[in-house]
Design a protein around this ligand. Structure first.
Ligand code: PLP
Length: 482
C-alpha cells in the first residue's frame, strides 16, 4: 500500500507546481494580459466571425497535459476575438460590464488563498471584508446599520433573493400563490419574471402598471391597482421598481412608491442593478430619495462599479427576514454555530461554498479610492447627454426620452421608407463594422437603437467615433435603398 501511495503522491504532486514553473506561467499570463489591454485601443468592440470560436473544441480535456503558450494563443483566437468584447471602451450595447485590472489581481489572490468566504467560523477575515463592503453599500443607499446583504453572482440572483425573502417574510405558502399579487412595469428587467418562476410563484397574479411618457411606472396607477386587488380579496405583496431600466435608464418614482408600499404593507424591492451606483454622483442624490424605505435593493457592481462579470449585490433591510428565508443548520456545520460575530453569507443566500467575491471588489476600491469612480460615473452621464444632444440635431433622427442616467435610445426616420427596417439595417451595419458595439430594442412595437455608456473605458473619443459611424452608415444604407 505504501508503494502505491508513494507512486500516486508523485503524480498528484504535479497539481502543486514549484516556484520555477509558477514563475514561468505567471509571466506568460502577464504577457497575455498586457498584450490584451494594450491592444484594446485598436481592437474591435464586436468581432464578426464565421467560425465563432469553434476551434476551442480542439482543446477538449485529455489525459495528457498541454503547454500554456498554445492555450493562450487559442484563448486569443477563439475566445477574445469573437463576439462582443466587453473590455472595450467601444462596447455600448446591452449593459456593458467592466473589468477593472485590480479586480483581476483580487480574483488571483482569492483563487490562491481560496478562503471559505461563506462562513464566518471558516474565514472570519474574508467574511468581515465582504460584510464591510455590504455595510458600505448600505450606507450609500441610506440603510440603517442593522441592514444586511450578500454579494451574489449578479443582479438576477439578487432579484431572486429579494423575492424569496419577501415570500418568506409575508409567510406565503403554496396555497396562497394564486392570490399573492406582484406589481411591476413592463420595463422591469426580465430577471424579475424569471425570479417569479424560479421562486415557484408562476401562479401569482402579475400586474403590469402603466407607464408615464418617460417610461416610468405610474405611482397613481399602482395604488389604484393595489386597492382594486384588495377589494377583490387578493393579497398584494410585492412591488418591484426600477432605478434605471435596462431599455432606457428610466428611474421609477421611488419615493411615491415607497409611501404606497408602506401604507398598504407590501414588500418594496428596488432593482437598482444598473442605476444604483450613480448614487456616487452627488448631483444625482435627490433622485434616490425614498430608496432607503425599500425592503430590498439590488445593486450590480459588475455594471456601474466597473467590476468584471460575476459580482452582484442584494441588500436586505431586515436581517431577521434574511435569516428566515435562507438559514439552515446542518449537523456537520455544528462547529460554526458559536462563531457569530458577523453574519455568515451562507445564512442569508442560496449559496454555501462561494467564490470570495469581496476581494475583486475591495481591492480596486482601496487601490483607487472613490474619487475616480465618482468621476467616471459623472463622465458617463455627460457623454450620454452629449450623444443625445448631438444625434437629436442630425437631420432625420428621432430620440427617446431625455436620458436620466447613461442610456439613450434613438432611431433614423427616413422620409419615404419604413423606419423599423431601416434601423434594423443600421444596427446590423454598426455591429458588422465592430469598432463600436450597440444593441437594439423594441418599445411599444417600435424598433429603437440603444446606447448604454457604462464601460469605464468609454470616453469622448468613442462617442465622436460612434457619431461618425452612424452618419456614415445612414448614408450608405440610403444609397443602397435608392
Ligand atoms: C435593471 C437590471 N436588473 C437586473 C439585471 C440582471 O443582472 P445580471 O445580468 O447581473 O444577472 C440587469 C442586467 O442587465 C438589469 O439591467
Amino acid at each position: 500500500m505504501i508503494d502505491k501511495i508513494r507512486k500516486l503522491e508523485k503524480l498528484s504532486m504535479l497539481l502543486d507546481p514549484g516556484l520555477s514553473q509558477r514563475t514561468k506561467w505567471n509571466s506568460k499570463v502577464l504577457d497575455y494580459s498586457n498584450t490584451f489591454i494594450n491592444k484594446l485601443q485598436t481592437t474591435k468592440a464586436f468581432f464578426y466571425s464565421d467560425e465563432n470560436g469553434k476551434d476551442i473544441f480542439n482543446l477538449d480535456i485529455e489525459e495528457k497535459s498541454t503547454g500554456l503558450t498554445s492555450l493562450l494563443d487559442s484563448i486569443t483566437k477563439n475566445i477574445d476575438e469573437v463576439g462582443i468584447n466587453p473590455a472595450s471602451g467601444g462596447h455600448m450595447g446591452y449593459i456593458p460590464g467592466g473589468g477593472l485590472y485590480p479586480s483581476a489581481l483580487g480574483d488571483f489572490i482569492a483563487a490562491v488563498n481560496n478562503r471559505y468566504a461563506g462562513v464566518f467560523f471558516a474565514a472570519p477575515g474574508a467574511v468581515r471584508l465582504e460584510n464591510m463592503l455590504i455595510r458600505w453599500m448600505c450606507r450609500l443607499m441610506g440603510y440603517p446599520d442593522e441592514a444586511t446583504g450578500n454579494l451574489t453572482s449578479g443582479g438576477s440572483i439578487a432579484n431572486l433573493v429579494a423575492l424569496v425573502t419577501a415570500r418568506e417574510a409575508h409567510n406565503i405558502k403554496a396555497r396562497d400563490f394564486d392570490k399573492s399579487v406582484i406589481y411591476l412595469s413592463e420595463q422591469a428587467h426580465h430577471s424579475v419574471l424569471k425570479a417569479i418562476r424560479i421562486a415557484g410563484l408562476s401562479e401569482a397574479p402579475i400586474r403590469y402598471i402603466p407607464l408615464d411618457e418617460k417610461l416610468r411606472l405610474s405611482a397613481n396607477e399602482l395604488e389604484k391597482a393595489i386597492i382594486k386587488d384588495k377589494e377583490n380579496g387578493l393579497m398584494p405583496f410585492f412591488i418591484n421598481a426600477s432605478f434605471g431600466t435596462t431599455n432606457t435608464g428610466a428611474v421609477d418614482p421611488i419615493e411615491s412608491i415607497a409611501h404606497i408600499a408602506i401604507k398598504h404593507k407590501l414588500w418594496f424591492h428596488v432593482d437598482a442593478a444598473y442605476g444604483g451606483f450613480f448614487k456616487l454622483v452627488t448631483k444625482l442624490n435627490s433622485k434616490f430619495e425614498g430608496i432607503q424605505q425599500a425592503d430590498s435593493i439590488t445593486l450590480d457592481p459588475h455594471k456601474t462599479l466597473f467590476l468584471p462579470f460575476g459580482t452582484g449585490t442584494i441588500l436586505i433591510k431586515n436581517k431577521e427576514k434574511s435569516l428566515k428565508a435562507f438559514q439552515y443548520l446542518a449537523d456537520y456545520m455544528q462547529d460554526t454555530i458559536d462563531a457569530d460575530e458577523e453574519i455568515s453569507p451562507a445564512d442569508i443566500s442560496p449559496e454555501q461554498t462561494k467564490h470570495f467575491r469581496g476581494m475583486r471588489m475591495w481591492l480596486p476600491l482601496k487601490l483607487f479610492g472613490l474619487k475616480p469612480f465618482r468621476a467616471a460615473l459623472e463622465e458617463k452621464l455627460y457623454l450620454t447627454r452629449y450623444f443625445y444632444d448631438k444625434i437629436k440635431k442630425i437631420e432625420g433622427f428621432e430620440v427617446g426620452p431625455e436620458p436620466e442616467l447613461s442610456i439613450a435610445i434613438f432611431r433614423y426616420v427616413p422620409t419615404n421608407r419604413k423606419a423599423d427596417s431601416f434601423n434594423e439595417k443600421l444596427i446590423k451595419a454598426i455591429q458588422k463594422d465592430g469598432r463600436i458595439f450597440l444593441s437594439s430594442t423594441n418599445i411599444n412595437d417600435v424598433f429603437w437603437i440603444r446606447i448604454a455608456v457604462v464601460s469605464f473605458r468609454t470616453h469622448l473619443v468613442h462617442i465622436e467615433l460612434l457619431l461618425d459611424i452612424i452618419e456614415e452608415n445612414v448614408r450608405k444604407i440610403s444609397i443602397e435603398l435608392n
